[in-house]
Design a protein. Structure first.
Lengths: 269, 269
DNA sequence: CGCCAGTTTGATATAGGTCAAGTGACGTGG
DNA sequence: CCACGTCACTTGACCTATATCAAACTGGCG
Protein backbone atom coordinates (compact mmCIF):
# COMPACT_ATOMS: atom_id res chain seq x y z
CA UNK A 1 0.00 0.00 0.00
CA UNK A 2 1.00 3.56 -0.36
CA UNK A 3 2.54 5.18 2.68
CA UNK A 4 1.64 8.64 3.84
CA UNK A 5 5.17 9.81 3.29
CA UNK A 6 5.00 10.52 -0.39
CA UNK A 7 6.91 7.47 -1.48
CA UNK A 8 5.75 5.67 -4.59
CA UNK A 9 4.42 2.12 -4.25
CA UNK A 10 7.30 -0.26 -3.77
CA UNK A 11 6.07 -3.80 -3.90
CA UNK A 12 5.44 -4.37 -7.57
CA UNK A 13 8.65 -5.78 -8.95
CA UNK A 14 7.30 -5.78 -12.48
CA UNK A 15 5.97 -2.26 -12.12
CA UNK A 16 8.51 -0.94 -14.55
CA UNK A 17 7.64 -3.45 -17.21
CA UNK A 18 3.93 -2.60 -17.35
CA UNK A 19 2.42 0.73 -18.33
CA UNK A 20 1.74 3.11 -15.49
CA UNK A 21 -1.89 3.04 -16.43
CA UNK A 22 -2.35 -0.27 -14.60
CA UNK A 23 -0.98 0.89 -11.30
CA UNK A 24 -4.32 1.03 -9.64
CA UNK A 25 -5.09 -2.52 -10.63
CA UNK A 26 -1.92 -3.99 -9.28
CA UNK A 27 -1.76 -1.77 -6.27
CA UNK A 28 -3.97 -4.20 -4.34
CA UNK A 29 -1.10 -6.65 -4.43
CA UNK A 30 -3.17 -9.54 -5.71
CA UNK A 31 -1.84 -9.43 -9.24
CA UNK A 32 1.31 -11.23 -10.24
CA UNK A 33 3.83 -10.42 -12.90
CA UNK A 34 2.17 -12.62 -15.48
CA UNK A 35 -1.18 -10.97 -14.80
CA UNK A 36 0.27 -7.57 -15.43
CA UNK A 37 1.97 -8.69 -18.59
CA UNK A 38 -1.26 -10.22 -19.84
CA UNK A 39 -3.11 -7.00 -19.14
CA UNK A 40 -0.61 -5.10 -21.23
CA UNK A 41 -1.09 -7.59 -24.03
CA UNK A 42 -4.79 -6.88 -24.36
CA UNK A 43 -5.91 -5.27 -27.60
CA UNK A 44 -6.22 -1.80 -26.19
CA UNK A 45 -7.30 1.10 -28.32
CA UNK A 46 -6.71 4.68 -27.33
CA UNK A 47 -9.47 7.20 -27.64
CA UNK A 48 -9.13 10.93 -27.12
CA UNK A 49 -11.83 13.13 -25.69
CA UNK A 50 -12.30 16.81 -26.31
CA UNK A 51 -13.01 18.92 -23.22
CA UNK A 52 -16.58 18.59 -21.98
CA UNK A 53 -17.21 15.62 -24.20
CA UNK A 54 -19.55 12.88 -23.15
CA UNK A 55 -18.32 9.33 -23.36
CA UNK A 56 -19.95 5.95 -23.18
CA UNK A 57 -17.97 2.87 -22.19
CA UNK A 58 -20.59 0.34 -23.08
CA UNK A 59 -19.54 -3.03 -21.74
CA UNK A 60 -15.90 -2.44 -22.49
CA UNK A 61 -13.19 -1.99 -19.95
CA UNK A 62 -12.11 1.63 -20.12
CA UNK A 63 -9.32 3.16 -18.12
CA UNK A 64 -8.69 6.86 -18.12
CA UNK A 65 -5.12 7.40 -19.22
CA UNK A 66 -4.88 11.17 -19.09
CA UNK A 67 -6.99 14.16 -18.21
CA UNK A 68 -9.91 14.30 -15.85
CA UNK A 69 -13.54 13.28 -16.06
CA UNK A 70 -16.70 13.39 -14.03
CA UNK A 71 -19.06 10.51 -13.85
CA UNK A 72 -22.58 11.89 -13.68
CA UNK A 73 -26.16 11.20 -14.52
CA UNK A 74 -27.35 12.73 -17.77
CA UNK A 75 -28.10 16.27 -16.72
CA UNK A 76 -31.52 16.44 -15.18
CA UNK A 77 -33.09 19.84 -14.84
CA UNK A 78 -30.59 22.48 -13.79
CA UNK A 79 -27.09 21.65 -12.73
CA UNK A 80 -26.29 17.98 -12.44
CA UNK A 81 -24.40 16.54 -9.54
CA UNK A 82 -21.18 14.76 -10.50
CA UNK A 83 -20.99 11.44 -8.75
CA UNK A 84 -17.32 10.72 -8.97
CA UNK A 85 -14.15 12.26 -10.22
CA UNK A 86 -12.24 9.92 -12.48
CA UNK A 87 -8.47 10.26 -12.50
CA UNK A 88 -5.87 8.61 -14.72
CA UNK A 89 -5.67 4.94 -13.87
CA UNK A 90 -9.27 4.70 -12.73
CA UNK A 91 -11.68 2.35 -14.39
CA UNK A 92 -14.28 4.54 -16.03
CA UNK A 93 -17.28 2.35 -15.43
CA UNK A 94 -17.96 -1.08 -14.11
CA UNK A 95 -20.76 -2.14 -16.40
CA UNK A 96 -18.62 -4.92 -17.82
CA UNK A 97 -17.84 -6.24 -14.36
CA UNK A 98 -21.28 -6.10 -12.80
CA UNK A 99 -23.28 -6.81 -15.92
CA UNK A 100 -25.48 -3.90 -14.96
CA UNK A 101 -25.80 -0.95 -17.33
CA UNK A 102 -25.14 2.18 -15.31
CA UNK A 103 -27.34 5.26 -15.32
CA UNK A 104 -24.33 7.49 -15.31
CA UNK A 105 -21.98 8.44 -18.07
CA UNK A 106 -18.59 10.02 -18.30
CA UNK A 107 -17.98 13.66 -19.12
CA UNK A 108 -14.44 14.84 -19.64
CA UNK A 109 -13.46 17.97 -17.79
CA UNK A 110 -10.47 18.75 -19.92
CA UNK A 111 -9.02 17.03 -22.94
CA UNK A 112 -8.57 13.44 -21.90
CA UNK A 113 -7.72 10.06 -23.30
CA UNK A 114 -9.07 6.65 -22.54
CA UNK A 115 -7.67 3.18 -23.04
CA UNK A 116 -10.38 0.83 -24.13
CA UNK A 117 -10.37 -2.95 -24.27
CA UNK A 118 -13.37 -4.70 -25.79
CA UNK A 119 -15.46 -6.66 -23.33
CA UNK A 120 -14.89 -9.86 -25.26
CA UNK A 121 -11.14 -9.59 -24.87
CA UNK A 122 -11.45 -8.76 -21.23
CA UNK A 123 -13.59 -11.80 -20.65
CA UNK A 124 -11.05 -13.95 -22.43
CA UNK A 125 -8.31 -12.41 -20.36
CA UNK A 126 -10.09 -13.12 -17.11
CA UNK A 127 -10.51 -16.69 -18.22
CA UNK A 128 -6.81 -17.22 -17.83
CA UNK A 129 -6.14 -14.62 -15.15
CA UNK A 130 -8.96 -14.66 -12.64
CA UNK A 131 -6.95 -12.46 -10.33
CA UNK A 132 -7.48 -9.63 -12.74
CA UNK A 133 -11.21 -9.91 -12.19
CA UNK A 134 -10.57 -9.90 -8.46
CA UNK A 135 -8.47 -6.77 -8.82
CA UNK A 136 -11.24 -5.05 -10.77
CA UNK A 137 -13.77 -5.92 -8.12
CA UNK A 138 -11.45 -4.53 -5.51
CA UNK A 139 -11.16 -1.31 -7.48
CA UNK A 140 -14.92 -1.22 -7.75
CA UNK A 141 -15.26 -1.44 -3.99
CA UNK A 142 -12.63 1.22 -3.43
CA UNK A 143 -14.25 3.58 -5.89
CA UNK A 144 -17.55 3.09 -4.13
CA UNK A 145 -15.98 4.05 -0.86
CA UNK A 146 -14.61 7.14 -2.50
CA UNK A 147 -18.10 8.07 -3.62
CA UNK A 148 -19.30 7.46 -0.09
CA UNK A 149 -16.69 9.83 1.18
CA UNK A 150 -18.08 12.46 -1.16
CA UNK A 151 -21.49 11.82 0.33
CA UNK A 152 -20.08 12.42 3.79
CA UNK A 153 -18.40 15.59 2.58
CA UNK A 154 -21.55 17.03 1.14
CA UNK A 155 -23.75 15.83 3.96
CA UNK A 156 -21.66 16.71 6.97
CA UNK A 157 -18.69 18.88 6.21
CA UNK A 158 -18.44 22.65 5.93
CA UNK A 159 -17.29 24.25 2.71
CA UNK A 160 -13.80 24.68 4.12
CA UNK A 161 -13.60 21.04 5.09
CA UNK A 162 -15.02 19.88 1.80
CA UNK A 163 -12.46 21.69 -0.29
CA UNK A 164 -9.65 20.69 2.05
CA UNK A 165 -10.78 17.09 1.89
CA UNK A 166 -10.90 17.13 -1.87
CA UNK A 167 -7.36 18.49 -2.04
CA UNK A 168 -6.14 15.82 0.36
CA UNK A 169 -7.89 13.08 -1.54
CA UNK A 170 -6.52 14.25 -4.86
CA UNK A 171 -3.04 14.45 -3.42
CA UNK A 172 -3.30 10.85 -2.33
CA UNK A 173 -4.91 9.49 -5.46
CA UNK A 174 -2.59 11.32 -7.79
CA UNK A 175 0.50 10.42 -5.81
CA UNK A 176 -0.58 6.82 -5.98
CA UNK A 177 -0.42 7.16 -9.74
CA UNK A 178 2.87 9.01 -9.67
CA UNK A 179 1.22 12.29 -10.58
CA UNK A 180 1.92 14.19 -7.37
CA UNK A 181 5.14 14.83 -5.52
CA UNK A 182 5.82 16.73 -2.33
CA UNK A 183 2.22 17.77 -1.98
CA UNK A 184 2.22 19.34 -5.42
CA UNK A 185 0.12 18.36 -8.36
CA UNK A 186 -1.55 19.74 -11.40
CA UNK A 187 -5.30 20.09 -11.22
CA UNK A 188 -7.20 21.11 -14.30
CA UNK A 189 -10.45 21.81 -12.51
CA UNK A 190 -12.02 25.24 -12.58
CA UNK A 191 -13.45 26.54 -9.36
CA UNK A 192 -16.84 26.07 -10.93
CA UNK A 193 -16.04 22.37 -11.47
CA UNK A 194 -14.97 22.01 -7.88
CA UNK A 195 -18.20 23.66 -6.84
CA UNK A 196 -20.28 21.32 -8.97
CA UNK A 197 -18.52 18.32 -7.47
CA UNK A 198 -18.74 19.49 -3.87
CA UNK A 199 -22.22 21.01 -4.18
CA UNK A 200 -21.00 24.55 -3.60
CA UNK A 201 -21.36 27.66 -5.69
CA UNK A 202 -18.32 28.75 -7.67
CA UNK A 203 -18.25 32.00 -5.75
CA UNK A 204 -18.12 30.23 -2.45
CA UNK A 205 -15.41 27.86 -3.65
CA UNK A 206 -13.39 30.90 -4.49
CA UNK A 207 -13.73 32.43 -1.06
CA UNK A 208 -13.05 29.09 0.56
CA UNK A 209 -9.83 28.56 -1.33
CA UNK A 210 -8.78 32.07 -0.43
CA UNK A 211 -9.30 31.19 3.21
CA UNK A 212 -7.17 28.06 2.82
CA UNK A 213 -4.48 30.17 1.18
CA UNK A 214 -4.71 32.72 3.95
CA UNK A 215 -4.12 29.95 6.47
CA UNK A 216 -1.09 28.78 4.56
CA UNK A 217 -2.57 25.37 3.77
CA UNK A 218 -2.84 25.77 0.03
CA UNK A 219 -0.72 27.70 -2.38
CA UNK A 220 0.01 27.83 -6.06
CA UNK A 221 -1.80 29.61 -8.80
CA UNK A 222 -3.77 28.37 -11.74
CA UNK A 223 -3.95 24.63 -12.03
CA UNK A 224 -0.85 24.05 -9.91
CA UNK A 225 -1.85 23.03 -6.43
CA UNK A 226 0.63 22.92 -3.62
CA UNK A 227 -0.13 21.77 -0.09
CA UNK A 228 2.67 23.10 2.09
CA UNK A 229 1.35 21.58 5.32
CA UNK A 230 -0.41 18.39 4.40
CA UNK A 231 -0.65 17.27 8.00
CA UNK A 232 -2.48 20.38 9.07
CA UNK A 233 -4.75 20.21 6.05
CA UNK A 234 -5.65 16.62 6.83
CA UNK A 235 -6.34 17.48 10.43
CA UNK A 236 -8.59 20.32 9.39
CA UNK A 237 -10.92 18.07 7.42
CA UNK A 238 -10.41 14.75 9.17
CA UNK A 239 -8.93 13.12 6.10
CA UNK A 240 -7.74 9.58 6.52
CA UNK A 241 -6.65 7.61 3.46
CA UNK A 242 -8.07 4.36 4.84
CA UNK A 243 -11.04 4.44 2.48
CA UNK A 244 -8.71 4.72 -0.48
CA UNK A 245 -6.60 1.72 0.36
CA UNK A 246 -7.07 -0.93 -2.26
CA UNK A 247 -7.14 -3.83 0.12
CA UNK A 248 -7.63 -3.68 3.85
CA UNK A 249 -7.06 -7.37 4.34
CA UNK A 250 -3.46 -7.92 5.31
CA UNK A 251 -3.13 -11.47 4.05
CA UNK A 252 -2.84 -11.98 0.34
CA UNK A 253 -5.77 -14.15 -0.63
CA UNK A 254 -4.52 -16.35 -3.48
CA UNK A 255 -7.95 -16.48 -5.12
CA UNK A 256 -10.94 -14.80 -3.48
CA UNK A 257 -13.80 -17.11 -2.61
CA UNK A 258 -16.37 -15.64 -4.90
CA UNK A 259 -14.01 -15.97 -7.79
CA UNK A 260 -12.90 -19.46 -6.92
CA UNK A 261 -16.53 -20.41 -6.86
CA UNK A 262 -17.31 -18.93 -10.21
CA UNK A 263 -14.14 -20.41 -11.55
CA UNK A 264 -14.92 -23.90 -10.45
CA UNK A 265 -18.43 -23.56 -11.75
CA UNK A 266 -16.82 -23.64 -15.16
CA UNK A 267 -16.44 -27.38 -14.83
CA UNK A 268 -20.18 -27.83 -14.72
CA UNK A 269 -20.99 -25.78 -17.78
CA UNK B 1 -39.20 -5.67 -13.59
CA UNK B 2 -41.71 -4.04 -11.35
CA UNK B 3 -44.30 -1.86 -13.02
CA UNK B 4 -45.25 1.48 -11.64
CA UNK B 5 -48.77 0.30 -11.05
CA UNK B 6 -48.30 -1.43 -7.76
CA UNK B 7 -48.38 -4.94 -9.10
CA UNK B 8 -45.98 -7.46 -7.63
CA UNK B 9 -43.31 -8.98 -9.87
CA UNK B 10 -44.88 -11.53 -12.16
CA UNK B 11 -42.16 -13.36 -14.01
CA UNK B 12 -40.75 -15.66 -11.37
CA UNK B 13 -42.71 -18.88 -11.66
CA UNK B 14 -40.95 -20.39 -8.67
CA UNK B 15 -41.48 -17.26 -6.61
CA UNK B 16 -43.92 -19.00 -4.37
CA UNK B 17 -41.57 -21.83 -3.62
CA UNK B 18 -38.72 -19.66 -2.37
CA UNK B 19 -38.75 -17.38 0.67
CA UNK B 20 -39.71 -13.79 0.03
CA UNK B 21 -36.33 -12.77 1.32
CA UNK B 22 -34.75 -13.62 -2.02
CA UNK B 23 -37.02 -11.45 -4.11
CA UNK B 24 -34.42 -8.86 -4.75
CA UNK B 25 -32.00 -11.46 -6.04
CA UNK B 26 -34.36 -13.03 -8.51
CA UNK B 27 -35.97 -9.79 -9.49
CA UNK B 28 -33.32 -9.26 -12.13
CA UNK B 29 -34.71 -12.21 -13.98
CA UNK B 30 -31.40 -13.96 -14.44
CA UNK B 31 -32.00 -16.63 -11.85
CA UNK B 32 -33.80 -19.84 -12.67
CA UNK B 33 -35.92 -22.04 -10.52
CA UNK B 34 -33.08 -24.31 -9.56
CA UNK B 35 -30.97 -21.32 -8.53
CA UNK B 36 -33.67 -20.11 -6.21
CA UNK B 37 -34.13 -23.52 -4.73
CA UNK B 38 -30.40 -23.84 -4.15
CA UNK B 39 -30.33 -20.47 -2.43
CA UNK B 40 -33.03 -21.59 -0.06
CA UNK B 41 -31.01 -24.72 0.69
CA UNK B 42 -28.04 -22.80 1.97
CA UNK B 43 -27.24 -23.21 5.67
CA UNK B 44 -28.76 -19.91 6.73
CA UNK B 45 -28.77 -18.83 10.30
CA UNK B 46 -31.05 -16.13 11.60
CA UNK B 47 -29.69 -13.43 13.82
CA UNK B 48 -31.75 -10.82 15.62
CA UNK B 49 -30.59 -7.29 16.28
CA UNK B 50 -31.73 -5.03 19.07
CA UNK B 51 -32.56 -1.46 18.05
CA UNK B 52 -29.49 0.69 17.47
CA UNK B 53 -27.23 -2.34 17.50
CA UNK B 54 -24.11 -2.45 15.41
CA UNK B 55 -23.59 -5.46 13.23
CA UNK B 56 -20.64 -6.86 11.31
CA UNK B 57 -21.17 -9.16 8.34
CA UNK B 58 -17.59 -10.20 7.93
CA UNK B 59 -17.22 -12.07 4.66
CA UNK B 60 -20.56 -13.78 5.02
CA UNK B 61 -23.57 -13.16 2.86
CA UNK B 62 -26.11 -11.34 5.01
CA UNK B 63 -29.58 -10.37 3.93
CA UNK B 64 -31.80 -8.21 6.08
CA UNK B 65 -34.99 -10.12 6.69
CA UNK B 66 -36.91 -7.68 8.83
CA UNK B 67 -36.56 -4.24 10.31
CA UNK B 68 -34.43 -1.41 9.03
CA UNK B 69 -30.75 -0.58 9.18
CA UNK B 70 -28.37 2.15 8.17
CA UNK B 71 -25.04 1.42 6.67
CA UNK B 72 -22.58 4.00 7.94
CA UNK B 73 -18.98 4.65 8.76
CA UNK B 74 -18.09 4.20 12.40
CA UNK B 75 -19.19 7.54 13.86
CA UNK B 76 -16.48 10.07 13.34
CA UNK B 77 -16.68 13.22 15.41
CA UNK B 78 -20.22 14.49 15.70
CA UNK B 79 -23.12 13.00 13.84
CA UNK B 80 -22.23 10.39 11.26
CA UNK B 81 -23.75 10.37 7.83
CA UNK B 82 -25.63 7.18 6.98
CA UNK B 83 -24.59 5.97 3.55
CA UNK B 84 -27.46 3.72 2.71
CA UNK B 85 -30.73 2.57 4.10
CA UNK B 86 -30.99 -1.19 4.14
CA UNK B 87 -34.46 -2.67 3.74
CA UNK B 88 -35.62 -6.26 4.04
CA UNK B 89 -34.30 -8.27 1.13
CA UNK B 90 -31.22 -6.11 0.69
CA UNK B 91 -27.76 -7.58 0.92
CA UNK B 92 -26.18 -5.98 3.95
CA UNK B 93 -22.67 -5.72 2.66
CA UNK B 94 -20.75 -6.88 -0.34
CA UNK B 95 -17.44 -7.72 1.25
CA UNK B 96 -17.86 -11.36 0.33
CA UNK B 97 -18.52 -10.47 -3.29
CA UNK B 98 -15.82 -7.91 -3.85
CA UNK B 99 -13.23 -9.39 -1.53
CA UNK B 100 -12.73 -5.90 -0.16
CA UNK B 101 -13.36 -5.24 3.53
CA UNK B 102 -15.69 -2.25 3.75
CA UNK B 103 -15.15 0.75 5.97
CA UNK B 104 -18.80 0.89 6.83
CA UNK B 105 -20.83 -1.20 9.18
CA UNK B 106 -24.49 -1.82 9.76
CA UNK B 107 -26.51 -0.20 12.51
CA UNK B 108 -30.07 -1.32 13.04
CA UNK B 109 -32.63 1.43 13.33
CA UNK B 110 -35.26 -0.70 14.97
CA UNK B 111 -35.27 -4.30 16.04
CA UNK B 112 -34.23 -6.24 12.98
CA UNK B 113 -33.22 -9.68 11.88
CA UNK B 114 -30.63 -10.87 9.45
CA UNK B 115 -30.23 -14.08 7.51
CA UNK B 116 -26.63 -15.08 7.36
CA UNK B 117 -24.91 -17.65 5.19
CA UNK B 118 -21.23 -18.40 5.80
CA UNK B 119 -18.92 -17.27 3.04
CA UNK B 120 -17.67 -20.80 2.50
CA UNK B 121 -21.16 -22.06 1.75
CA UNK B 122 -21.86 -19.15 -0.54
CA UNK B 123 -18.71 -19.85 -2.48
CA UNK B 124 -19.70 -23.48 -2.79
CA UNK B 125 -23.14 -22.42 -3.94
CA UNK B 126 -21.80 -20.14 -6.60
CA UNK B 127 -19.66 -22.98 -7.84
CA UNK B 128 -22.75 -24.73 -9.08
CA UNK B 129 -24.94 -21.69 -9.70
CA UNK B 130 -22.84 -18.93 -11.23
CA UNK B 131 -25.99 -16.97 -12.02
CA UNK B 132 -26.37 -16.35 -8.33
CA UNK B 133 -23.07 -14.51 -8.33
CA UNK B 134 -24.24 -12.54 -11.32
CA UNK B 135 -27.43 -11.64 -9.47
CA UNK B 136 -25.44 -10.46 -6.47
CA UNK B 137 -23.25 -8.29 -8.64
CA UNK B 138 -26.35 -6.82 -10.20
CA UNK B 139 -27.72 -6.04 -6.76
CA UNK B 140 -24.41 -4.46 -5.89
CA UNK B 141 -24.62 -2.18 -8.88
CA UNK B 142 -28.22 -1.25 -8.13
CA UNK B 143 -27.45 -0.48 -4.52
CA UNK B 144 -24.62 1.74 -5.65
CA UNK B 145 -26.96 3.65 -7.88
CA UNK B 146 -29.30 4.08 -4.95
CA UNK B 147 -26.47 5.58 -2.94
CA UNK B 148 -25.71 7.85 -5.88
CA UNK B 149 -29.28 9.01 -5.86
CA UNK B 150 -28.86 9.95 -2.21
CA UNK B 151 -25.82 11.94 -3.20
CA UNK B 152 -27.89 13.79 -5.76
CA UNK B 153 -30.59 14.40 -3.18
CA UNK B 154 -28.23 15.88 -0.66
CA UNK B 155 -26.23 17.78 -3.22
CA UNK B 156 -28.94 19.24 -5.37
CA UNK B 157 -32.41 18.90 -3.96
CA UNK B 158 -34.26 21.10 -1.50
CA UNK B 159 -35.47 19.68 1.78
CA UNK B 160 -38.96 19.27 0.38
CA UNK B 161 -37.66 17.36 -2.61
CA UNK B 162 -35.35 15.24 -0.51
CA UNK B 163 -38.07 14.03 1.78
CA UNK B 164 -40.48 13.52 -1.10
CA UNK B 165 -37.85 11.57 -2.98
CA UNK B 166 -37.14 9.38 0.00
CA UNK B 167 -40.81 8.57 0.40
CA UNK B 168 -41.10 7.73 -3.29
CA UNK B 169 -38.02 5.55 -3.20
CA UNK B 170 -39.19 3.70 -0.12
CA UNK B 171 -42.58 3.15 -1.68
CA UNK B 172 -40.92 1.55 -4.67
CA UNK B 173 -38.38 -0.53 -2.80
CA UNK B 174 -40.86 -1.76 -0.22
CA UNK B 175 -43.49 -2.54 -2.82
CA UNK B 176 -40.92 -4.55 -4.70
CA UNK B 177 -40.57 -6.67 -1.59
CA UNK B 178 -44.31 -6.88 -1.04
CA UNK B 179 -44.17 -4.52 1.91
CA UNK B 180 -46.17 -1.65 0.44
CA UNK B 181 -49.60 -1.56 -1.11
CA UNK B 182 -51.58 1.32 -2.57
CA UNK B 183 -48.94 3.82 -1.65
CA UNK B 184 -49.07 2.78 1.98
CA UNK B 185 -46.30 1.31 4.01
CA UNK B 186 -44.94 1.13 7.48
CA UNK B 187 -41.83 3.14 8.18
CA UNK B 188 -40.11 2.80 11.51
CA UNK B 189 -37.88 5.80 11.07
CA UNK B 190 -38.04 8.73 13.44
CA UNK B 191 -37.88 12.17 11.95
CA UNK B 192 -34.43 12.44 13.44
CA UNK B 193 -33.39 9.32 11.50
CA UNK B 194 -34.77 10.77 8.30
CA UNK B 195 -32.83 13.92 9.01
CA UNK B 196 -29.61 12.02 9.60
CA UNK B 197 -30.06 10.18 6.33
CA UNK B 198 -30.98 13.22 4.27
CA UNK B 199 -28.55 15.58 5.99
CA UNK B 200 -31.30 17.73 7.47
CA UNK B 201 -32.04 18.66 11.05
CA UNK B 202 -34.87 16.84 12.75
CA UNK B 203 -36.72 20.10 13.19
CA UNK B 204 -36.59 20.86 9.54
CA UNK B 205 -37.69 17.37 8.59
CA UNK B 206 -40.71 17.95 10.77
CA UNK B 207 -41.65 21.19 9.08
CA UNK B 208 -41.02 19.66 5.68
CA UNK B 209 -43.31 16.73 6.32
CA UNK B 210 -45.94 19.12 7.56
CA UNK B 211 -45.69 20.96 4.28
CA UNK B 212 -46.10 17.71 2.36
CA UNK B 213 -49.11 16.89 4.46
CA UNK B 214 -50.54 20.35 3.90
CA UNK B 215 -50.23 19.79 0.18
CA UNK B 216 -52.04 16.50 0.46
CA UNK B 217 -49.08 14.45 -0.76
CA UNK B 218 -48.41 12.58 2.45
CA UNK B 219 -50.73 11.44 5.17
CA UNK B 220 -50.79 8.96 7.98
CA UNK B 221 -49.55 9.29 11.51
CA UNK B 222 -46.78 7.58 13.36
CA UNK B 223 -44.89 5.03 11.33
CA UNK B 224 -47.72 4.53 8.83
CA UNK B 225 -46.97 6.43 5.66
CA UNK B 226 -49.57 6.94 3.00
CA UNK B 227 -48.97 8.66 -0.30
CA UNK B 228 -52.41 9.61 -1.66
CA UNK B 229 -51.08 11.15 -4.85
CA UNK B 230 -47.95 9.27 -5.81
CA UNK B 231 -47.84 10.83 -9.26
CA UNK B 232 -47.81 14.36 -7.91
CA UNK B 233 -45.24 13.44 -5.30
CA UNK B 234 -42.96 11.96 -7.93
CA UNK B 235 -43.34 15.00 -10.11
CA UNK B 236 -42.47 17.26 -7.20
CA UNK B 237 -39.09 15.63 -6.67
CA UNK B 238 -38.34 14.26 -10.11
CA UNK B 239 -38.40 10.68 -8.94
CA UNK B 240 -37.92 8.07 -11.60
CA UNK B 241 -37.47 4.45 -10.59
CA UNK B 242 -35.01 3.75 -13.39
CA UNK B 243 -32.06 3.71 -11.04
CA UNK B 244 -33.73 1.07 -8.91
CA UNK B 245 -34.38 -1.34 -11.72
CA UNK B 246 -32.38 -4.47 -11.24
CA UNK B 247 -31.40 -4.89 -14.83
CA UNK B 248 -31.62 -2.30 -17.54
CA UNK B 249 -30.57 -4.66 -20.28
CA UNK B 250 -33.67 -5.99 -21.94
CA UNK B 251 -32.21 -9.25 -23.15
CA UNK B 252 -31.59 -11.93 -20.59
CA UNK B 253 -27.90 -12.66 -20.74
CA UNK B 254 -27.53 -16.37 -20.02
CA UNK B 255 -24.16 -15.93 -18.35
CA UNK B 256 -22.51 -12.52 -18.16
CA UNK B 257 -19.16 -12.29 -19.81
CA UNK B 258 -17.14 -11.58 -16.73
CA UNK B 259 -18.64 -14.60 -15.06
CA UNK B 260 -18.22 -16.82 -18.05
CA UNK B 261 -14.60 -15.82 -18.07
CA UNK B 262 -14.01 -16.56 -14.43
CA UNK B 263 -15.97 -19.73 -14.85
CA UNK B 264 -13.91 -20.98 -17.69
CA UNK B 265 -10.76 -20.02 -15.88
CA UNK B 266 -11.63 -22.82 -13.51
CA UNK B 267 -10.36 -25.28 -16.06
CA UNK B 268 -6.89 -23.83 -15.84
CA UNK B 269 -6.57 -24.00 -12.08
C1' DC C 1 -48.43 9.18 38.06
C1' DG C 2 -44.40 10.47 35.97
C1' DC C 3 -40.99 9.49 32.74
C1' DC C 4 -39.24 9.17 28.18
C1' DA C 5 -38.78 9.49 23.35
C1' DG C 6 -40.67 11.58 19.72
C1' DT C 7 -42.98 15.48 17.74
C1' DT C 8 -44.35 20.26 17.27
C1' DT C 9 -43.85 25.29 17.57
C1' DG C 10 -41.46 29.77 17.86
C1' DA C 11 -37.47 32.85 17.78
C1' DT C 12 -33.06 33.70 16.21
C1' DA C 13 -28.60 32.86 13.78
C1' DT C 14 -25.64 31.68 9.86
C1' DA C 15 -23.47 29.28 6.07
C1' DG C 16 -23.70 29.56 1.78
C1' DG C 17 -26.47 31.07 -2.51
C1' DT C 18 -27.47 34.64 -5.95
C1' DC C 19 -26.79 38.72 -8.51
C1' DA C 20 -23.92 42.10 -10.40
C1' DA C 21 -19.80 44.18 -11.55
C1' DG C 22 -14.90 44.33 -12.34
C1' DT C 23 -10.17 42.30 -13.27
C1' DG C 24 -6.72 39.79 -15.66
C1' DA C 25 -4.96 36.45 -19.01
C1' DC C 26 -5.20 34.61 -23.29
C1' DG C 27 -6.50 33.89 -28.12
C1' DT C 28 -8.29 35.49 -32.55
C1' DG C 29 -9.09 38.28 -36.37
C1' DG C 30 -8.23 42.57 -38.69
C1' DC D 1 0.28 45.44 -33.25
C1' DC D 2 -4.02 46.39 -31.48
C1' DA D 3 -9.17 45.78 -30.51
C1' DC D 4 -12.12 42.56 -29.07
C1' DG D 5 -14.35 38.55 -26.96
C1' DT D 6 -14.13 34.97 -23.78
C1' DC D 7 -13.32 32.57 -19.77
C1' DA D 8 -11.72 32.09 -15.17
C1' DC D 9 -11.22 34.37 -11.10
C1' DT D 10 -12.31 37.96 -7.68
C1' DT D 11 -14.97 41.20 -4.84
C1' DG D 12 -19.09 43.30 -2.74
C1' DA D 13 -23.98 43.55 -1.39
C1' DC D 14 -27.79 41.22 -0.27
C1' DC D 15 -30.91 37.15 0.50
C1' DT D 16 -32.75 32.72 2.05
C1' DA D 17 -32.90 27.93 3.23
C1' DT D 18 -31.83 25.58 6.83
C1' DA D 19 -29.55 25.11 11.47
C1' DT D 20 -29.78 25.93 16.29
C1' DC D 21 -31.74 26.71 20.68
C1' DA D 22 -35.45 26.46 23.75
C1' DA D 23 -39.76 25.23 25.26
C1' DA D 24 -44.09 23.00 24.97
C1' DC D 25 -46.93 19.17 23.73
C1' DT D 26 -48.06 14.10 22.96
C1' DG D 27 -48.55 9.36 23.74
C1' DG D 28 -47.05 5.01 25.46
C1' DC D 29 -45.46 2.45 29.38
C1' DG D 30 -43.43 0.83 33.85
Amino acid sequence: MLGDDGSPPSRAPWAKSAPAIFRRLWEGGTLERRDGAALAWLDWSRQTLAPRASFDCGDDLCILSSGLAFRQRPAEAGASQPISLVLPGDICCYTGVTGHAAQSSLVSVVAASVMRAPSRSVAALCERHPKILAAMLSNLATDNETAEELLISIGRRSALERVAHLFCELEFRLRRMGLARNGRYRLNLTQADIGAYLALSAVHVNRTIQELRRRGLVSGRGGDISLPDLGALRRLCGFSPAYLAADTLSEPRPVPQHLQAAVQAGATL
